[in-house]
Ligand binder design. Structure first.
Ligand SMILES: C[S@@+](CC[C@H](N)C(=O)[O-])C[C@H]1O[C@@H](n2cnc3c(N)ncnc32)[C@H](O)[C@@H]1O
Length: 385
């Protein structure tokens, strides 16, 4: 936990789930720059926050917590960001009702007077979110984006320009930059190009040639990931009423493959991204009959599943968290899999060879076998003893 000090107060903030060994703060220079600008630093007038304030893409709830007195609406695709926000509000003695939490899939508010956008890693998610929010913006809406210099590209500014209106940027301060957009009455309100559908290649088992549906911002939304492709070629062949989890499901292609290969299996698709779980559900429905059953959960790994309730976990873990390479999520997923699996149940993981997941799995499960490998990827199997 760290303390963010603004001109008015100090806030104790942490990422979620809180980990005392986590070297990363719950905010960065881009958040600080935006907050200073709202207060009217550097000779500018303070921004009037008495109207409807919307905060988009707040990573760990730092902006929402500092602005809680203005009762903002927060819009994010990440359930971890929502949980971080609730924990940070609580940590600072703020009523959690002070911030209205909406997901990227929820209907946005009808009218926005101040729109604050923490530029997301995914340009596609930004495009989709701006499209959804543009109808609520009026000529007097104050629109301010923020991000680290390395996150703001010409393409980012073009999106603001095209969807909101004339756009300029601030000077860089501590490698962060602000984006100011003035809503233009003539701004063309074109529909979002998302979701995007593509056809899978041949030669990847039961999902060959199938169509996947991808909402903006999800992992590999425009093409099949090469690691996923390798995984699809080496999934376990099983039969009977297996309880399978596609952990970190993205568009759900891995779980769909398991469901098509074994119609008696019940697959649970889990991701921390609302857009991902919506994509997985639409992909599943588009490729199975009306009688096919599956569960779709937005959540943090396997935390919500009862112990010993799963036969098979399939996992292509993330190895990035907001620009930082880390295996913390993979580790948490492996621990969660061990708890959720019944004795004899199996975790199958695909990963880049260099990530060393086999060492982690051996430490957590006491065993790990390599099922398949090529120069880049390995598929590993660990059994719950
Ligand atoms: C490498 S992608 C794999 C996506 C998909 N299974 C595939 O192979 O195409 C990892 C996925 O894990 C999800 N994820 C990250 N952290 C998570 C968490 N704590 N709980 C659940 N899912 C998470 C990401 O949103 C992302 O969709």
């Amino acid at each position: 936990m760290n303390r963010l000090t603004t001109s008015g107060a100090g806030f104790d903030l942490a990422r979620y789930p809180e980990d005392p060994r986590d070297p990363f703060r719950a905010w960065d220079a881009a958040d600080e720059y935006l907050l200073r600008r709202l207060e009217g630093a550097d000779g500018a007038d303070p921004v009037d926050l008495s109207g409807a304030v919307v905060v988009v893409g707040d990573r760990w709830g730092a902006l929402s917590t500092v602005l809680a007195a203005h009762r903002p609406v927060q819009i994010t695709d990440s359930c971890l960001a929502q949980r971080a926000t609730l924990a940070n509000l609580d940590r600072n003695g703020v009523d959690t009702d002070a911030v209205r939490l909406l997901s990227a899939r929820d209907t946005p508010p009808d009218r926005i007077d101040v729109l604050l956008v923490r530029v997301p890693k995914s340009l596609a998610l930004l495009e989709d979110q701006l499209h959804r929010l543009a109808p609520a913006v009026h000529p007097d809406t104050v629109v301010v984006g923020t991000g680290m210099v390395k996150e703001i590209h010409t393409s980012t500014l073009k999106l603001f320009e095209r969807i909101i209106g004339p756009t300029r940027t601030s000077l860089a301060v501590k490698k962060a930059r602000l984006i100011f957009s003035t809503p233009g009455p003539a701004t063309a309100r074109t529909p979002s190009p998302w979701p995007y559908r593509y056809e899978l290649p041949e030669g990847i088992g039961p999902v060959s040639g199938r169509t996947v549906i991808n909402h903006a911002g999800i992992f590999c939304a425009e093409r099949l990931d090469i690691g996923t492709r390798f995984f699809l070629g080496h999934l376990p062949e099983r039969s009977g009423p297996d309880r399978v989890v596609d952990l970190g499901c993205g568009n759900g292609v891995v779980g769909l493959s398991a469901a098509l290969a074994n119609p008696e299996a019940t697959v649970t698709f889990i991701d921390e991204s609302y857009q991902a779980v919506a994509s997985a559900e639409e992909t599943f429905r588009a490729n199975t009959g009306p009688e096919a059953e599956a569960r779709f959960l937005v959540g943090d790994g396997l935390a919500e599943l009862p112990p010993a309730s799963v036969d098979l976990v399939l996992n292509n873990p993330p190895f990035h968290s907001h620009q930082a390479t880390t295996d913390a999520t993979a580790r948490a997923m492996f621990h969660g899999a061990r708890a959720a699996l019944r004795p004899g149940g199996e975790l199958w993981v695909v990963g880049n060879r260099h990530l060393g997941y086999h060492t982690r799995l051996r430490r957590i499960f006491g065993n790990c076998a390599t099922v398949a490998g090529d120069p880049k990827f390995v598929v590993l199997r660990a059994v719950k003893r």
